[in-house]
Structures are given as structure tokens and as C-alpha cells.
Design a protein around this ligand. Structure first.
Ligand SMILES: Cc1cc2nc3c(=O)[nH]c(=O)nc-3n(C[C@H](O)[C@H](O)[C@H](O)COP(=O)(O)OP(=O)(O)OC[C@H]3O[C@@H](n4cnc5c(N)ncnc54)[C@H](O)[C@@H]3O)c2cc1C
Length: 287
């Protein structure tokens, strides 16, 4: 398959890239790792007049572990992120999620900005961003704004990014009191998951102070499971019945659809199992 005809631009600075986005807007597509955009072009599902390749824009491939957050520049490759010891030290669940994305060859091209901008509801990182209560930085010629995950993801492949904006950074808060686990179920290693869960809890002894549970691949965007979160607050995480109740609450509140990969009931069961598994791990007991 060959892509449709387009004009190629490869800006050498952020200002130049933003200027091109300002000029071409909706008629352009941003090229980062190309692992989703190139297939979309080849299948003619995307037909931009201009492709703006940001790979030569300096300063967008940063990894910063700051007090209170991990901040990653949009062009940083997933393969580099998964091997970064600083991230593993402060956000091990994030490192685990990176390793679940596709295959190493694909991860060595895939960028965090491209992965999150693509807004695939089965993608791991949007779900992890939701559990961490993270945000993204959108930059245009007029300046930058930070947008929370919940305001960013709209529906399948759709975000609130304006056509003159570039996603420039992603931020995962690292509240010292929260511990996280990420788990997914896929048919084969490297496949998109059939379901995935990221669970975070903040404990006072063994009592849950706060909980954040997100799920992917069950709705048109990543979701938080607030009934399951509420079921956990104030209870003793070491009690197996409590973890079971939270997994049942999660299964009851989600509303997955039937599709060619499995029925709604099947996905509900997967999410319930994944909530139980992640909570068991957070409680330090084998599933
Ligand atoms: C075989 C295979 C298996 C895969 N499995 C998984 C998986 O299990 N989990 C998963 O999450 N993904 C998976 N992917 C998708 C892969 O991770 C994609 O590369 C990723 O979703 C897009 O990242 P990219 O950097 O390649 O972006 P690109 O393909 O370059 O761009 C993707 C989209 O984002 C836009 N974009 C890119 N960068 C920016 C930016 N900085 N600001 C605004 N818009 C931007 C582009 O215009 C385009 O619309 C798989 C891909 C393949 C080919």
C-alpha cells in the first residue's frame, strides 16, 4: 500500500513546528514515531495535505524526575522510558506499562506524545495517566496550557487538542503516599490488551486513605472506576473480602460493549480479575 500524495515538512525548531501547525492546522498530520500514522496513511484512512515530521525538533525528548512528578517530553521513545532507572525507582507501575506496549522494535520508534495523542482506548498509557491523575502539555504559537487526562481524552482517536497545538510533554504525578500496579490481559504478548487495569492506593497502615482505579479497552476512552474506588476508602486492604468487593464493584459499574474480540460479559470478567490481581499485589499477597 502506498500513502496518498502529501507535502513533507521537517521543522528544525519548536517555533518552526508551531508556525507550520498554525499555518496548515486541520490540513496537516504530525509525524512522531510513525507506528500508527504511517499505517493510517498507507491504508488511506488519513489523507493530510501536509505531514509535519517533528523528529528533528530539539528539546522534546526529555525525561525529568521532579519533586512530585515524572515529566516526559513528547518525542521520548517508549523503549528509552522503559529502561530508565529513575522512572523505575519512583513509578514502577509506569515502567511495567511501557513494557506492555507492542514489541521492542515498535517501542524503539513509538513516542510517548504520539501514543497518547493517538488516543486509542486500548492503549496502556492513557489508562496509566488516568490512574496517576496525570496531565498533558499542549503548546501553540500563542503559548502552552496543561490539560488533565479527563479533559484531554474525548472518544476513540479524539482529544481536545486544537489543530494548531503540539502535545509537548506528559506529566505523571508521583505522590509519595500512592503505590500503583498495572496489569493487562492480551491474547499474545505485544498485542493490544483485551482489558487492562491500573490501580493506585494510598495507605495509612493497612487502611486505604484513597484509591484510584482505571481501566482500558472497555470504553471509548480510558475510565476511572469510581464505585470501586469508593468501596476501598477506609477499609483494610489486607482483608481479602474487601479486595473481592472492590473487584465486584468494578465489574458492576463498567459498561463494556460486545465486539469481535469478546463479549461484554467476558470483558467485565477480565476487569474484575485484573482489579483483584492488582489489589492483591498492592496488599502484598499472591493472587
Ligand atoms: C503491531 C503494532 C502493535 C501495537 N501495539 C500497541 C499496544 O499494545 N499498545 C499501544 O499503546 N500501542 C500499540 N501500538 C501503537 C504504537 O504504540 C503507536 O506507535 C503509537 O500509538 C503512536 O505513537 P507514534 O509515536 O508512533 O505516533 P505517530 O504514529 O507518529 O502518530 C500517531 C498520531 O498522533 C499524532 N501525534 C504524534 N505526535 C504528536 C504530538 N507530539 N502532538 C500531537 N499529535 C501527535 C499524529 O499526528 C497521529 O495522529 C502498536 C502498533 C503496532 C504497529
Amino acid at each position: 500500500m502506498k500513502p496518498p500524495v502529501f507535502e513533507y515538512r521537517d521543522p528544525r525548531s519548536l517555533d518552526e513546528a508551531l508556525g507550520l501547525l498554525n499555518e496548515y492546522g486541520d490540513d496537516s498530520s504530525i509525524l512522531a514515531g510513525g507506528q500508527s500514522l504511517i499505517p493510517l496513511l498507507n491504508l488511506r484512512l488519513a489523507r493530510p495535505d501536509y505531514v509535519i515530521d517533528i523528529n528533528k525538533v530539539p528539546g522534546l525528548d526529555t525525561i525529568e524526575v521532579l519533586p512530585g512528578c515524572v515529566r516526559v517530553g513528547a518525542l521520548t521513545r517508549i523503549r528509552r522510558l522503559e529502561r530508565d532507572p529513575k522512572i523505575r525507582a519512583v513509578a514502577p507501575a509506569l515502567s511495567d506499562a511501557f513494557q506492555n506496549i507492542a514489541h521492542p522494535q515498535i517501542r524503539s520508534r513509538t513516542t510517548i506524545g504520539g501514543n497518547i495523542s493517538h488516543a486509542d482506548p486500548s492503549s496502556e498509557l492513557p489508562g496509566v495517566l488516568a490512574a496517576y491523575d496525570g496531565r498533558v502539555q499542549l503548546t501553540s504559537s500563542s503559548g502552552s496550557r496543561w490539560v488533565s487526562w479527563s479533559d484531554f481524552f474525548v472518544t476513540v482517536f479524539t482529544t481536545t487538542r486544537e489543530s494548531n497545538e503540539l502535545l509537548t510533554a506528559v506529566e505523571f504525578p508521583t505522590d509519595q503516599n500512592f503505590s500503583y500496579e498495572f496489569e493487562e490481559i492480551a491474547r499474545r504478548p505485544g498485542d493490544y490488551p483485551l482489558a487492562g487495569v491500573c490501580a493506585g492506593i494510598s495507605l495509612d497502615g493497612s487502611q486505604v486513605r484513597a484509591a484510584r482505579l482505571s481501566a482500558i479497552a472497555i470504553a471509548d476512552r480510558p475510565i476511572r472506576m469510581t464505585a470501586a474506588e469508593s468501596a476501598l476508602v477506609g477499609v483494610d486492604i489486607s482483608n481479602a473480602a474487601v479486595r473481592q468487593a472492590a473487584s465486584q464493584a468494578a465489574a458492576a459499574e463498567i459498561n463494556p460493549m460486545d465486539d469481535e474480540h469478546g463479549s461484554a460479559a467476558f470483558r467485565r470478567g477480565l476487569v474484575s480479575t485484573l482489579v483483584k490481581r492488582t489489589l492483591d499485589r498492592l496488599a502484598g499477597v499472591p493472587s
